[in-house]
Design a protein around this ligand. Sequence first.
Ligand code: NAD
Ligand code: DAU
Length: 339
Amino acid sequence: MAEAYEPENILVTGGAGFIGSNFAHWVVENQPGVHVTVLDALTYAGNRENLAGIPQDRMDFVHGDICDAPLLDEIFPKVDAVVHFAAESHNDNSIADPAPFVRTNVEGTYCLLEAARKHGVRFHHVSTDEVYGDLALDDPARFTEETPYRPSSPYSSTKASSDMLVRAWHRTYGVRATISNCSNNYGPYQHIEKFIPRQITNVICGIRPKLYGDGLNVRDWIHTEDHSSAVWAILTHGRVGETYLIGADGERSNIDVLHAILEGMGKAADDFDWVRDRPGHDRRYAIDPTKLRRELGWQPKHTDFAEGLAQTIAWYRENEAWWRSVKEAVEAKYAAQGQ
Ligand code: NAD
Ligand code: DAU
């Protein structure tokens, strides 16, 4: 474990999105001496409401774009570290229109790295396990920090590109950077375009859930609160220049997850529709989190998936006002794609 690094002012990019807002809440609740500045463009995926309840003296909100270099020059002198979540994050959208993915995920990360270099700011880059491509269902292997990059989708290839930029800016310019590649998150504030909240809100709305392909694709689920604590452990105790994989041993097939949602919401196991598969659909993701656990002593808190899922279902039931206004448009977009 590296000597503890103790930032006092952190910039959280994408802090009005799903994982970024959960991280902002986590820092405010668990790190009393730390001030958070959120920078978010409030795209379709960002919602200022996600940050409700955070006291004004603990957080500033800047509505802006990570590609705006003059804006970054104003913000960076006021922070010690940036935790970079901002991205276009949905695979299906990247297949329909990759352009915003290249701009935000690649150019945006480049702009932030240049600002970090210029202002001497520490950089933590939040990335995905998808950069490693996929594994066969019967492969005993899991992804490790040494697995070669083999991204499949426009989304994952832009995230892989951004990881490469971070590595180069560390090696060439000495930017003090760490990278984490995490598996699939679930929990509150996740946009309803994503698998778990889409199916929960479908059931609430009386729409049959939709399963892609043969439903046997495997994702490695982690509660977003555990992602937050892992990112904090890496930022404060990780070794500069290193990559850490984040996962919580949560491999499950999509059909098993859907059955758990249906059961948890009082529906029959066959009360869903099979729909067109995602082009290039990755088969299986699986994270070996040994380095993170051994080196930093990190442990997930949410080890009972059924319980985490029940809490997530309850959150979407209790916060219908948060998602209801976009449901029709999200489903219309999927329907146009045959999904
Ligand atoms: P999200 O789509 O819910 O949120 C993204 C946020 O970034 C939004 O608030 C959006 O407004 C903001 N944003 C987009 N473009 C921007 C720009 N140009 N400038 C400033 N802000 C911009 O995404 P998420 O699921 O919370 O993912 C956050 C990060 O975590 C991403 O980098 C993603 O690649 C990574 N990640 C996600 C998962 C997952 O399961 N969701 C898993 C591993 C890694
Ligand atoms: O692995 C980490 C990645 O997890 C992150 O980098 C991405 O930002 C995040 O979106 C997520 O990517 P996935 O493509 O795995 O997540 P998604 O929720 O879109 O889909 C999960 C699985 O469910 C996937 O195999 C596709 C399937 N699916 C998805 C939807 C929306 C369905 O079967 N039906 C659906 O309606």
